[in-house]
Design a protein around this ligand. Structure first.
Ligand SMILES: [Zn+2]
Length: 346
């Protein structure tokens, strides 16, 4: 099979099973109150086998949707042979962890997620700690004050964060239906993110690494990465080095070309790097200052028009861009008690 057309449907979140490649069905599961709206789980099926790529968020409504969709394929949850999970985020991992434990199904996750998962399971962990640490470096004291006011005291349910049954290594060959998928480490969105490629049939299960409509957040995870945007751009370049494939993303419809979207994402980050450098040239000295000077979302909104969650994301995103500019020698930085100060190099 060559590269087939992308999905033409108007709403990619429509429940059910969407046939996207030989023996592959896209199953959108709802993400209530989440701006992403839904997450795609992919069922890879043949007569003997059923493997799920990602598991969705552990919510009753998502589980009902998954059961109904598998029913359309004459399967049930108990028929799942294995979950291959692209990364640690709750909308990908937690339902696999819960169903896996309940039904004795093997759950596999990239080995680069191990430190993050251990951090989540550390007793007494503050779930905001990593964000607050980054915001401090970003000089974003006002955001820290607001986040701390919202901090919930109730304990997290750690049962959804149990460790996987095994860790996927880079280059692992993974049987799924009649296919053999190659796991490829793609750090950036998270440090342990993996994609699953079937180059022979030109299909890529991309998780959140390459998304058709949005740019994935960088380094939103419980452990600190030194240069997450540098990692991410290297992981995009790695996709460009492979043959082009159909893009099967975790959010959004299937599209025809991984390469086309990678090029757009690279261009987006080039433009953001230039705009971030310009913000410093014009006087912003912290990542928070620079984030406030930039425009956000496709609608070019001002920073003050974003809610607290998105202001936090915008600030850590800007920090990732400024840190990369320093690594590239395009900016200089000094670490102070009030956060990292950026400047044009002498
Ligand atoms: Zn994610």
């Amino acid at each position: 099979m060559g590269i087939a057309a992308g999905e033409e449907q108007s709403d990619w979140t429509e429940p059910g099973t969407h046939h996207v490649a030989d023996g592959v069905y896209r199953i959108p599961l709802p993400l209530p109150h989440d701006r992403l709206r839904a997450v795609n789980v992919y069922a890879v099926v043949d007569d003997a086998d059923l493997v799920l790529i990602d598991g969705g968020w552990a919510l009753d409504v998502a589980r009902r949707h998954l059961e109904r969709a598998l029913g359309e394929l004459d399967r049930e949850l108990g028929d799942i042979g294995r979950f291959l999970v692209t990364h640690i985020h709750r909308d990908h991992y937690t339902q696999a962890a819960v169903i896996g434990r309940e039904l004795g199904i093997r759950v596999s996750l990239g080995d680069g997620e191990r430190p993050g998962l251990e951090a989540i399971n550390r007793p007494g962990r503050d779930p905001y700690a990593s964000q607050i640490h980054k915001l401090r470096i970003a000089g974003a004291a006002p955001l820290i004050t607001q986040l701390e006011a919202r901090r919930e005291s109730r304990a997290l349910d750690l049962s959804v964060w149990r460790p996987p049954d095994d860790w996927i290594t880079d280059g692992a060959q993974l049987p799924a239906g009649s296919r053999t998928l190659t796991a490829i480490r793609t750090p950036g969105h998270t440090q342990g993110h993996v994609v699953f490629a079937d180059p022979a049939d030109e299909v890529l299960f991309a998780g959140d690494h390459v998304l058709p409509h949005i740019t994935p957040s960088i380094g939103l995870e419980p452990v600190h990465a030194d240069l997450p945007l540098g990692d991410y751009l290297a992981s995009l370049a790695a996709m460009r080095d492979l043959p082009d494939m159909r893009l099967l993303p975790a959010h959004g419809p299937a599209t025809t070309s991984v390469h086309a979207r990678v090029d757009e994402l690279v261009a987006h980050h080039d433009a953001r790097l230039a705009a971030s450098a310009r913000a410093v040239t014009r006087g912003a000295s912290t990542a928070y200052d620079a984030a406030r000077a930039l425009r956000w979302t496709r609608r070019e909104r001002g920073f003050d028009d974003l809610d607290l969650f998105n202001q936090t994301l915008a600030t850590t995103e800007t920090l990732a861009h400024l840190d990369l500019l320093v690594a590239q020698g395009r900016l200089a930085a000094t670490v102070t008690d009030a956060g990292t100060r950026f400047r044009v190099p002498d």
